[in-house]
Design a protein around this ligand. Sequence first.
Ligand code: GLA
Length: 390
Amino acid sequence: MDYRKVQMLAEKFEQTFGSREGLMCARAPGRVNLIGEHTDYNGGFVMPMGVDREVRFLFRPVEAGPVRVWAENTGEWDEFSLGEIEHNPRQAWANYVRGVAVMLQEEGYPPAPVEGIICGDVPIGAGLSSSAALEVACAKAYCSASGQEPDSRRLALLCQRAENEFVGVNCGIMDQFIAVHARSKHALLLDCRSLEHEQLPLDTSRVRVVVCNTMVHHELGSSAYNERRATCERAARLIGEHEEGVKQLRDVTPEILQRHGELLGETAYRRCRHVVSENLRTLRAADALKEADYEEFGHLMYDSHDSLRADYEVSCDELDLMVALARKREGCYGARMVGGGFGGCTVNLVEAQRAGAFCEAVARAYEARTGIKPEVYECVASEGAGVERC
Ligand code: GLA
């Protein structure tokens, strides 16, 4: 954690709440997904890593009374009683703070009241999962205050429930799981059905992960997300009527999909083809990473992008341009859009020695073509959520 930033926040806490006594800091990282997009809610495979951008919650348990939280990024207060938690119709961010408290209560880990300041540098709406980082940081703070904490899987699932049921976004498990389980210098291969996972080391002496933020965000995002998810679930049900053992698209092989193409219709078929092929790509990418075969890993990233663009149709012109510009640069092994889509970031795997030059050149070229100044930076694979005394 950046010591200087935490100290600045601690001063702010003191000004706001009177003293620093008993001050704690819960933190959780944003994430970038190397490969495995739109597979998590189909029971498939993903390979995210935690990044060195995080949400921090400086907090102190209080004896009784409401939860009182100041959001430094928006300059807003939220206050609510743990006995009666309602949806906040005016402040979107507050519903993550509230929703996590509701789920902890429902699952038998009643949170204790806290007062504090929330602040973060994970870009919002850019596909780096600022919302999961916020949920997990809040869960850590409540649990630290109450002295009762579920195991790490359960904690991630409970934060996902908060987002699904309280915030109302039907996301999969990837983001919350990595915010809890990320390890520095590693990416995580996660089976989103069994939640079995494996930490895969990243050799930063040879490759770096670069994120390019297009700075655009197209409105379509959340409605298209829910619609894609519904299409996948419907397709899996349909195929399951004819194929034993098919419960989710995770269970569908390319051969099974081929057999039932007509049943699905053209669009649903293409959506399924993305998911089925992306699961295979993710497993192959895990092997490639273990063998340090970055060429192969990079090809799989490009293929993933093409499939998201053409079959799943969740890319946009700016993301396609960012990938095309990266692809032209020497030392770039692979590039693809990341997260839900329709804007936000691309993730790039770049030769370590050329990473600095890559960042400059891609940023310059993107700005020249679009007039938009992008944010382009190397990401360091960082540790998952934690709590410490300030
Ligand atoms: C969003 C969701 C994740 C996942 C990705 C797409 O980030 O929160 O659960 O579905 O989109 O891979």
